[in-house]
Design a protein around this ligand. Structure first.
Ligand code: NAD
Length: 262
């Protein structure tokens, strides 16, 4: 049986948890060979789960904001699997609920180094391989926070708007090369990053209010982002390029809206 990602050799960052973990597992189930990258030890568990299911993956512990480490994990895909067909630059951090006044320059530098420069570095080191073979898919995780206000702090939102800008700009720098680049803009997804908010709501008994301001009336799960990621990394998305695709239950479709109380 043919799978969506048969024969694709992919690098996926942030693969120890949440969206990256779900994407690595789904991509491997769809036939991809995966270099799973993360700072956290749990990336080994993702790879273990893939192998248990009969898939192919290797774990690399690396910091996506360190250029030598990025060059290393891109090269690892080539040495391990004989080439590179796609990169999902997904690893990211949030500085939480810090206000404008509380945010420091160090907060900004960390957020931008991982969320924005990390994406740039993955693209920079993948592009020579992909343009040489004349095909490939680059994918990044931006956020609805990069489209509009109220989904993150100032540094986080700016870092994600930067990712969208990278995608639009690089799509044109890759003019005529056969290489595509896109971003996903997730809405509120239950992952390691957002778990504290979900746990607080469960403790208070207000869980049903999470996600109520979008028309799907709930938060999303990592697999719902992974499904879009696998599509955008596959040849089925051959004419999707330079886009920031919201996967947010409809949240970003609206003008300001008052939740109807019954
Ligand atoms: N969860 C949401 O609601 C949401 C919404 C929009 C966008 N996003 C974005 O989705 C992406 C994935 O996050 P998630 O929600 O799955 O959270 P998560 O915390 O579950 O996963 C993020 C992973 O990135 C890894 N990571 C962080 N810094 C790293 C670094 N310097 N080098 C290597 N790995 C690093 C973490 O160890 C973690 O495993 C992030 O870019 C995040 O900003 C999340």
């Amino acid at each position: 049986m043919k799978h969506e990602l048969d024969d694709k050799r992919l690098v996926i960052t942030g693969a120890a948890s949440g969206i990256g973990r779900a994407t690595a597992i789904l991509a491997a189930a769809e036939g991809a060979r995966v270099v799973a990258v993360d700072l956290a030890d749990a990336v080994e568990e993702t790879v273990h789960e893939i192998k248990e299911a009969g898939g192919h993956a290797v774990a690399v512990k690396a910091d996506v904001s360190d250029e030598d480490a990025v060059a290393g994990f891109i090269d690892r895909c080539v040495s391990e699997f004989g080439g590179l067909d796609g990169v999902y630059a997904n690893a990211g951090v949030s500085s939480g609920r810090r206000t404008l006044a509380e945010l420091t320059v160090e907060d900004w530098q960390r957020t931008l180094a991982i969320n924005t420069v990390g994406v740039f570095l993955a693209i920079k080191h993948a592009v020579p391989h992909l343009t040489k073979q004349g095909s490939g898919a680059l994918l990044c995780t931006a956020s609805v926070a990069g489209l509009r206000a109220n989904a993150g702090g100032v540094d986080y939102s700016a870092s994600k708007a930067g990712v969208i800008s990278i995608v639009q700009t690089v799509a044109y720098q890759l003019y005529g090369t056969g290489v595509r680049i896109n971003a996903i803009c997730p809405g509120l997804i239950e992952t390691g990053m957002t778990r504290p908010a979900f746990e607080r709501a469960r403790e208070r008994g207000t869980e049903e209010r999470i996600g109520q301001i979008n028309p799907t009336r709930r938060a999303g799960q990592p697999i719902e982002i992974a499904q879009m990621a696998c599509f955008l990394l596959s040849d089925r998305a051959s004419y999707v390029n330079g886009q920031a695709v919201p996967v947010d239950g409809g949240l970003s479709a609206s003008h300001p809206w008052v939740f109807p109380r019954s």
